[in-house]
Design a protein around this ligand. Structure first.
Ligand SMILES: C[S@@+](CC[C@H](N)C(=O)[O-])C[C@H]1O[C@@H](n2cnc3c(N)ncnc32)[C@H](O)[C@@H]1O
Length: 218
């Protein structure tokens, strides 16, 4: 998969590219490209945003700037999904993540301050996605959230069984995962459930499934 991210802050992504699962698939299953709107802006002095028509606080990312950035990379029009990251978009869920992970290429547009000129979302994007019902200062963290969630679904990112049996997976009927424990078997009088120390894998599997169902319904 090729993931292209357009941002005003490309260096914000440095940390993410060094961490697993992204680091595990970068250069093999995943090609990540970062583009700065300022590098291709047709305006002087690297300007990318402007005051909102009608007045009001903040600056709005300009449509001509984003069009120029997309043109510089793809020519006339991208033949891949172009997604605006905005709190007004459709919610990012695990099923949306699975849908995006199946794409051969994706483009993510992030903004800052007051957000996008609406014409960017309407005319230059095929989709708009929100990572949750709250407002962040910029689209960089939302882009990283989406990239991490998608990257861990790519082959080789994580152990196959980790991804197959986890919260929201089909294996757990879309529910939440059972509780996990590790050593020590007791701490501060808080014991690990006996069943997990029994070595009886069939009973452990049944107990986990029950726990998953109970937690999902509660
Ligand atoms: C301060 S927000 C703009 C909010 C916008 N004025 C509004 O009221 O909807 C700046 C940018 O951060 C990003 N952003 C903030 N919250 C987000 C969220 N929940 N999901 C996705 N992107 C978000 C978007 O790229 C957005 O354009």
């Amino acid at each position: 998969m090729r993931l292209d991210i357009f941002t005003q802050v490309p260096h914000a992504f440095a940390w993410m590219t060094e961490q697993r699962p992204l680091a595990a698939v970068l250069g093999t299953e995943l090609e990540l490209r970062l583009f700065n709107y300022r590098d291709t802006t047709p305006l002087r002095s690297g300007q990318v945003d402007d005051e909102p028509y009608g007045g009001g606080a903040g600056m709005v990312l300009r449509v001509d700037v984003v069009a120029a950035a997309l043109d510089a990379v793809y020519g006339s029009s991208p033949d891949q999904r172009v997604i605006a990251l905005t709190p007004q978009g459709r919610p990012l869920t695990q099923s949306v993540v699975e849908e995006l992970a199946a794409e051969p290429a994706l483009t993510l547009l992030s903004s800052r301050f007051e957000g996008f000129d609406e014409r960017i979302v309407t005319h230059l994007c095929s989709d708009a996605i929100s990572i949750g019902p709250y407002v962040l200062s910029g689209g960089e963290l939302p882009a990283m959230v989406l990239v991490d969630a998608v990257a861990r679904r790519l082959p080789g990112a994580i152990r196959q069984e980790s991804g197959a049996v986890e919260t929201f997976s089909a294996e757990l009927e879309g529910g939440v995962e059972f509780p996990q424990y590790t050593r020590p078997p007791e701490f501060n009088g808080w014991p690990v459930p006996d069943i997990l120390l029994s070595g009886d894998h069939a009973r452990i599997a049944t107990w986990r499934r029950e726990q998953s169902r109970e937690r999902t319904l509660s």
